[in-house]
Design a protein around this ligand. Sequence first.
Ligand SMILES: [Zn+2]
Ligand SMILES: [Zn+2]
Length: 248
Amino acid sequence: MLKFPAEIFALLFPDNCRVCDVALKEVSRIPVCRKCLAAPAPIEAEYFCLSCRTPFANSYPLDDSGLCGLCRLGLNRFDAAYSFGSYQDTLRKLIHLFKYGRIQTLARPLGALLGASIPAGERFDAVVPMPLHWWRRWRRGFNQAELLAREVARRCGVGVVDAVSRKRATAPQAGLSNSRRRDNVAGAFEVRRPERVRGMSVALVDDVLTTGATANACAATLKRAGVRRVTLLVLARVDRRYSGGIAA
Ligand SMILES: [Zn+2]
Ligand SMILES: [Zn+2]
């Protein structure tokens, strides 16, 4: 009896969309319908910090120069931040499928969304993925930030430099307060061969931005290693306008 590898079987007999459950008509390596792939919309905000682009429900957290509390206090160590959408609805489901459902073929469409969030005229010398601790990477089989970084790098015509690594596994950030999150990740990163990024303008790529504590610690490490400019690029950010509290 012929035995098909699971992947070929899935190609021949498409299943249902893993987001909305509608039956898939087309054969595709991505088990998500076109409608769901096209659903994520860019973040829209009337009020946002000019530096880190955190959206706010009103102008209250912003000072006269348009900066949020964290940027005003110099707690944001990256020079600019761009994100595609809010971490909710279809975008959230797609990221979950990509990361926990291990559907790596989603890197292409999600990378395209990330690419769309980069303003025209932004130039980078290299794209740096947010590292996963080796243990977590080994368990998942891949680093989702690295797959996204490759897509961004391809679009920008530059290389991916795996410049940063995690010195230790940090406890999950979920459930920690903002200051605990900062303590949790302080000193968690290191740049092993700083000559690969010294003097460069780099795009630091991650899938989700929550409070920014992890991204900040990583950006600070890159800066200490001699990186000239760090631009944070994330696919989705936790939008506090929808979850109540404002982390300013
Ligand atoms: Zn669907
Ligand atoms: Zn800010």
